[in-house]
Design a protein around this ligand. Structure first.
Ligand code: APR
Ligand code: PHB
Length: 388
């Protein structure tokens, strides 16, 4: 097969990029290792920044997002007892939209036929070749046969465990921090305990009250990395949430059976640069943020925004400089989102190595945020997403 752009990975980054390129008449194909149903089975975060919503609007694929997404004009930090509301709308004039990543991925998948986006599922062992030349190609196996996609550009949208970054690992620099705890997430068909998100830092640890809709809630607590999800019955999770969330919210928790319950590790990670010859990296293939700032999906969207701009310039206007500038442009926003996610994680969690002084600093910082419009504005503008 011959095309202009070969995209590896059909998660949010790969599908968003594929649709943006097709909408501009740039030929592309997306190779996905898993089956479509498997990709949709992943439970992921659900807060969309402006950039992510605007890409869906640009594609005309925002119908369900507009109908079902929950507009959130504020969110809350809590020091275990007191709710500190960050009034996003008042402080930034913007808002975020709560809409599951799975639903966004579904909308992009459902539009494949109609938009002429070719996605090859169950494409195994994708391998990158000649990425430093002008004629890179990707080989993969499907139905027992070997296939080859010749392209001018390859874009790695294959997530943290995909082959793209591995193909250039020795040529870039890794910046990373692993956190000494994980997040135990629980999904249940019960109404949320509060109409806005609550990030709570209690002496017992972190809790997050989020939602997918007015009838489906998503909760998290941080747990030591040694914990096993099978040791956490639903009741044990509900009890811990009630202890860690402020009373006014905890009192409104509606319990119910978990639809999904899992523990995910937290990591901050950046791989730079994000371009090597004819290979661009987008999304989790290039960086990971702890979920505290709800940045993972939104950073993938801003990478895709920059990559689409560069590729459309290259293929439609023969502008090679656009591709040359991709990595610096994307990384400038990646680093600022990494900083926000790391700083909010540091503020909202108990770290094993922390002593009374560090705890006092966290309490003082939350107290300062509670009393400072400037501090709240800084948090608000990072939460809704810095300008692209
Ligand atoms: N060949 C083809 N596809 C692959 C391969 C491979 N060898 N390895 C991985 N993939 C696919 C995965 O199956 C997945 O569907 O690449 C896709 C990567 O998607 P994501 O991991 O969702 O990454 P991205 O699209 O960058 O979206 C980032 O997803 O993981 C969350 O928290 C993250 O919200 C963020 C968002
Ligand atoms: C979620 O709803 O899954 C969610 C929301 C906000 C976060 C992380 C996860 O920061």
């Amino acid at each position: 097969m011959r095309t202009q752009v070969c995209i590896i990975g059909a998660g949010p980054a790969g599908l968003l990029l594929g649709h943006l390129l097709r909408a501009e008449g740039v030929e592309c194909v997306v190779l996905e290792r898993r089956a479509a149903d498997y990709v949709l089975s992943r439970i992921r975060a659900g807060v969309l920044e402006r950039i992510t919503v605007s890409l869906m609007e640009r594609l005309g694929l925002d119908g369900r997002l507009k109908a079902e997404g929950l507009v959130e004009e504020g969110f809350n930090l809590a020091d275990g007892e007191r709710l500190i509301r960050i009034d996003i709308a008042k402080l930034t004039g913007q808002h975020v939209v709560v809409y599951g990543q799975t639903e966004l991925t579904r909308d992009l998948m459902d539009a494949r036929e109609d938009r002429g986006l070719e996605v090859i599922y169950e494409a195994e062992d994708a391998t990158l070749h000649d990425i430093d030349g002008n004629a890179p190609f990707v080989t993969y196996r499907k139905d027992g046969a070997e296939h080859r996609v010749a392209a001018r550009i390859v874009v790695g949208c294959d997530g943290f465990h995909g082959p793209s970054r591995q193909a250039v690992l020795s040529r870039g620099t890794e910046y990373q921090r692993e956190y000494p705890f994980g997040w135990l997430g629980l999904l249940a068909d019960v109404p949320p305990c509060h109409h806005e998100l609550i990030y709570s830092h209690h002496d017992r640890g972190f809790a997050l009250a989020s939602m997918r809709s007015k009838t489906r809630s998503r909760y998290y607590i941080d747990v030591p990395l040694t914990e096993k999800v099978e040791d956490w019955s639903d009741d044990r999770v509900w009890d811990e949430l009630a202890r860690r969330l402020p009373d006014e919210a905890a009192g409104r928790i509606v319990r119910g059976p978990s639809l999904e319950k899992s523990i995910a590790p937290l990591r901050s990670y950046v791989f730079a640069p994000m371009r090597f010859g004819s290979l661009l990296l987008c999304g989790d293939a290039a960086h990971i943020v702890p979920p505290t700032g709800a940045k993972g999906l939104n950073l993938a969207a801003s990478d895709v925004h920059y990559a689409a701009e560069a590729l459309i310039g290259f293929f439609k206007r023969s502008d090679a400089d656009a591709i040359a500038g991709y990595s610096d442009k994307a990384l400038a926003r990646v680093w600022k989102s990494e900083r926000f996610s790391w700083s909010l994680t540091r503020l909202m969690h108990r770290f094993p190595e922390d002593g009374p002084f560090e705890r006092a600093m966290q309490v003082a910082e939350l107290d300062y945020i509670g009393s400072s419009r400037a501090a709240q504005t800084s948090i608000a503008e990072n939460y809704v997403g810095l300008p692209v």
